[in-house]
Design a protein around this ligand. Structure first.
Ligand code: GLC
Ligand code: GLC
Length: 819
């Protein structure tokens, strides 16, 4: 191993539920999310990031520069300037002054920087209080020297002119429109408020500032940058008022600290909205009630501490729904803290705003958000329910659906359109998971529109019916489901045939063959067709259930014949009915997705297909850092396959370790009882186990990334696109349900662990439908990969089978399990 390659950049603090980063020089910005309702902030370990209200594209508060060089210089800035010394920032950026000490604590919904320079220490805490549309920064400065210190503290933000795309492109307009108001320690950003906006942003502090600026050029100076604003160097303010150009909000505090003395300032970045007819209190002057109320609420340190406590309690109660304790502390911390936390973040963001997703592109994805629910539903089922209805509301009456929607408008996004033929089936997955968790069948009766059209509402169940029949109606020459624009793999574009540079593979369809088929969707159909039939039957729709079960067995058969390549499941048939993902192909012989989904759907279980498929995965796709998406990678562009072959070998969909579908393989292994293999796959991509290889892995060791470059790439093991990935939800399903074996079922909890021999015993506390289950599992088997029948004792009594029906469960119940 090369020197430095095992390098860690911090450590987990499980007690505090934090990852503590001990140097600003991480391989990439390591970020955290603030807020989990309507107001959100992204914040990196060097203080970069931005904030927005609900929609990262349309209601962006703080500006963020993409493609920035010199570190991630985001929209919020803190400077500490001592007389005669170079200014510094507690988060290192933007000043880049080397600090005497530095720590960044990323916790659940908050981030704290603790650093020091020249015997002054700073503790800067950032979070979004629950139930409020604002972000707080509480900063405490302490003089640790024997002399009195005189310094100035500056807090600043750079405003984005709301629409983040327009903000970075439409300068001929934008440089003329900025407007601010300054009143009582609060700076109001009111660009476009004079016309159609009913909202403003504000930046204020809890005590009177000694100076302020709202015009960026005045503050920074023409040839400086945020690293060294000229007024900070001079320890001054310009008290400037922005008209057009670049509006900012900056406040300066001159502070004298005696030895051991501390001083705390509270900054608030907020969002206020007014009823249209009450926007102004007098001509041109905006109504500020919301800002005034919020500023007042957070003016004391006590108020701020209380809010932080509320967030901690909130998380404690959410996480208490599933807690494991075992000898494996890495698994414990991932299951108990970080995996569930990431599930919340993916639920909130879908794939919109991260350090790899700009927030200006994608809205909420139909397929993505449905899958996110699988890992989120146990946390806050009521929010999962709302989300399901929002998603279903963009569906078309024939079951097909818009692929995305904008969170602010909740309407289908026409730019991306529809035609991704896996989409409809994910809705069944989400609703099934919701009912299994809650037992709440009433969701099926919820009136839900099609295409967001008023008057088109039908019970949600009709959406599921439309979904399942969509696949049944759209089958190809081999009886397998048609792929449409693409299935889960956005880049397998079998009807696209693009030859124009820059054309989006996601929207172009030059040759709709009506023939290209997906074995992956076949696997999905078998899995969710059974799920749907079960739900239909419970609704008294026997005939419908039987009809769909019939289709399930047809598609199972088609998969086992036309969809089987001898050693593994085929991936697809292209527009000319050629095989994709077959041993006959020269490249792309085997793909991960159908191995995962057909196996977890149980296709060909009795006939040994799953064993073969899983063995082939291990043989052809398994690398040190996880299972690769396909092999061998495409070395040239194939227009009949589309975007997949646009990536260089080993990256993204062209054969990287696409983490999202690794858990499918792991779950597939549990279907045939191979606990050791399932565990092996779980561990390979699990960030906590990669912590001491952060130099290679690069992204945050506390969350999953979408993609890890594969053996065929130039950067084996290096991850990209952290945070917003379906890996979070699917991994939680995998570890919590398939491996540790606590499976919510329609009538109760099913306990079926499938574990490696190394996991000798573990305990789980699971809160489920109002009862608390204290589960203790003892692993007596020596077999690594053999199925075993778990023996259950519930409240001391042996029971038959593995289901604990809710109807028989008391408020708390003890379950002893032996495998
Ligand atoms: C991205 C998309 C997801 C898709 C995957 C594979 O993660 O968000 O919808 O399934 O890529 O292409
Ligand atoms: C690109 C990416 C894919 C993503 C898609 C979304 O094709 O490779 O992962 O899902 O864009 O638009």
């Amino acid at each position: 191993m090369q020197k430095g390659i095992l390098m860690k950049f911090g450590h987990f603090d499980d007690q505090a539920k934090e990852y503590v980063i001990t140097t600003p020089h991480t391989p990439l910005p390591w970020i955290n999310y603030l807020g989990s309702e309507n107001f959100f902030g992204l914040i990196s370990n060097t203080g970069g990031g931005y904030s927005f209200y609900r929609d990262a594209k349309l209601q962006r508060l703080l500006r963020f520069r993409y493609n920035e060089v010199g570190g991630d210089i985001g929209g919020r800035f803190t400077y500490i300037k001592e007389k005669g010394e170079k200014a510094w920032s507690p988060a290192f950026l933007p000043c880049k002054t080397e600090l005497d000490s530095y720590k960044c604590h990323h916790g659940l919904g908050y981030t704290v920087f603790e650093s020091s320079k020249n015997k002054i220490s700073a503790t800067s805490t950032h979070f979004v209080p629950m139930g409020e549309n604002c972000e707080i920064q509480r900063i405490t400065l302490t003089n640790n020297s024997n002399e009195t210190k005189e310094l100035s503290l500056y807090g600043a933000v750079e405003w984005c002119l709301w629409n983040a795309v327009d903000d970075s492109t439409n300068f001929q307009r934008n440089l003329n429109i900025a407007e601010v108001e300054i009143e009582d320690n609060v700076i109001y950003h009111k660009t476009e408020y004079r016309e159609r906006r009913d909202h403003y942003a504000f930046f204020g502090s809890n005590v009177k500032a000694d100076g302020y600026d709202t015009d960026r050029n005045t503050f920074i100076g023409q040839f400086n940058t945020w690293e060294n604003p000229s007024l900070v160097t001079q320890r001054k303010s310009g008290n400037s008022e922005a008209h057009g150009w670049y509006p900012i909000a900056c406040q300066r505090f001159d502070i004298t600290l005696k030895p051991e003395e501390s001083r705390t300032i509270i900054f608030v970045i907020g969002y206020g909205q007014n009823p249209v007819e009450k926007k102004f209190i007098k001509p041109g002057i905006i109504r500020k009630d919301t800002a005034i109320r919020i500023m007042d609420k957070f003016k004391t340190e006590k108020a701020v501490s209380n809010e932080l406590k509320k967030i901690a309690l909130h998380w404690e109660s959410l996480l208490s729904k599933y807690q494991v304790s075992s000898d494996d502390e890495k698994m414990n911390r991932m299951v108990n803290i970080w995996n569930q936390y990431q599930c919340m973040v993916t639920f909130n963001m879908s794939r919109s705003a991260s350090y790899f997703e700009t927030g200006t592109g994608r809205g909420m994805g139909f397929r993505d958000s449905c899958q996110d629910i699988l890992g989120f539903v146990h946390l806050i089922p009521t929010r999962a329910r709302e989300r399901i209805i929002d998603i279903a509301s963009i569906q078309n009456e024939d079951g097909s659906t818009s692929h995305q929607y904008q969170p602010l408008t909740k309407r289908g996004n026409d730019e991306i359109g529809s035609g991704f033929n896996d989409d409809p089936l994910w809705l069944i997955a989400a609703v099934g998971a919701y009912i299994r968790e809650t037992g709440d069948y009433s969701i099926l009766d919820e009136p839900t529109p099609f295409k967001n059209e008023k008057g088109s509402e039908k019970p949600l169940f009709e959406h599921l019916r439309a979904s399942i029949h969509f696949t049944m109606k759209n089958r190809g020459p081999h009886g397998l489901p048609l792929i449409g624009r693409a299935d889960w793999n956005d880049c397998l574009n079998l009807n696209c045939f693009s030859e124009t540079p820059g054309e989006s593979f996601q929207t172009v369809q030059n040759y709709d063959s009506g023939k290209a088929e997906s074995v992956f969707i076949a696997g999905m159909f078998v899995k969710y067709g059974k799920e749907y039939a079960e739900i239909a039957r419970r609704r008294g729709e026997q005939e419908e259930a039987t009809k769909v079960e019939q289709a399930v067995s047809e598609i199972t058969k088609a998969t086992m014949t036309a969809g089987w390549d001898g050693e593994w499941f085929l991936r697809a048939y292209d527009a000319f009915e050629h095989k994709v993902g077959s041993n006959e192909c020269s490249e792309g012989k085997i793909y991960i997705e159908p191995q995962g989904f057909c196996s977890l759907a149980g296709i060909g279980k009795d006939e040994g297909f799953i064993e073969k498929s899983m063995d082939s995965v291990r043989k052809h796709l398994l690398g040190e850092y996880g299972v690769e998406l396909l092999s061998p990678c495409y070395t040239t562009y194939h227009k009949e396959l589309g975007e997949i072959s646009s990536y260089p070998p080993g990256y993204k969909e062209n054969g990287s370790i696409f983490c999202h579908n690794n858990p499918w393989i792991s779950i597939g292994e549990t279907v045939i009882g191979r606990g050791a293999n399932a565990w092996d796959i779980y561990k390979r991509i699990c960030p906590a186990y990669l912590e001491d290889q952060s130099e290679i892995h690069q992204t945050e060791p506390y969350v999953y990334s979408q993609t890890i470059a594969a053996r065929s790439s130039f950067a084996n093991g290096s991850a990209k696109n952290s945070w917003l990935t379906g890996t979070a939800a699917w991994t939680f399903v995998n570890i919590s349900q398939a491996i540790l074996g606590i499976k919510p079922d329609f009538d109760g909890l099913r306990i079926e662990p499938c574990i490696p021999p190394t996991l000798k015993q573990f305990s789980i506390i699971r809160e489920y439908r109002g009862s608390i289950y204290n589960i203790h599992v003892v692993n007596k088997t020596q077999n690594t990969n053999e199925p075993s029948q778990p023996q259950l004792k519930v409240d001391g009594k042996s029971v038959k089978g593995t289901l604990i029906p809710c109807s028989t469960t008391k408020k708390t119940c003890t379950v002893e399990v032996e495998v």
